[in-house]
Design a protein. Sequence first.
Length: 321
Amino acid sequence: MADRPRRPRLRRTLLAALVTFAVAVPVSGAARPDAVPAPAPTALGPLRDASPAALEERYAVSRSDIRAAGRAADAHGDRTRAHSLRAMAAPGRQFLSFDGRDGGRSVEVVGELSSAGRIAVLVPGAGVGLDAYGRLRRDATALREELGGGTAVLAWLGYRSPATVSPAALTTGRADEAAPGLRTLVDEVRAVRPAARISLLCHSYGSVICARSASGTAADALVLYGSPGVGAESVAALRTGARVWAGRGGDDWIARVPHVRVRVPFVATVGFGTDPVAARFGAEVFDAGDGGHSDYLLPGSRSLTNLARIVAGAEPLGASR
């Protein structure tokens, strides 16, 4: 019993140490993507038509923009970026939008958006960008295969993702910048597919973005998994009409991150507050299996099964409040 009063101080000490490390270690190169030049993309405007013909025209324009960015990466001598972009520009890939500048922004559709009755938007966390885009595509494909026909998965790379070990990954700054774009995408999808069920699947730092876009969202479900916290103390603080779920794998290192928020003078408020799977947060908790931080969408996993069930509007297996 004597140890209990020291636990909050211990957590704050651990978080302060992490912040000090992140600020002191030279991470400017990791926190910001390398400056690989890319041309400005074609101006496409908002998504207003989800007919097959209109979507195919949009996909073709984005494919051309991706190829142009690939040529620029080749000319710059960045083979990793050029290889990733060649894969993204392959026939059959479907991008609603693409911008190769500043680390890259894109929205890829896996499935048929024009006829989808259930739509999932994947919101990735730290360490995701054009150079590592294959992981996001892999996860989107696995979810679409689990869901089956009549569905679409949108892989949303709509922000400059922070490096996993960086000051930016400890604050809400990038999430604050990204949230309006995510909210706009969901609004546009709702407008062109008004009867569809839309779910936001928010991994790790992506859950902070989803929380920032939650108020007034047109999404039906908000799913936080592998989350360090979202910068809000409870579901009520999100001010959302979406049903909020939370889950964490049994071997996810994120469980060891202190769930506090600390103001560091001359830096920022760091940390994200209440653990989303804690009872006091108020989310509906789903069984995310025994996997690690990057395992939530692995084929055959309990977490993938339950994420797909939530997207489909079914109760996840082993759900609890």
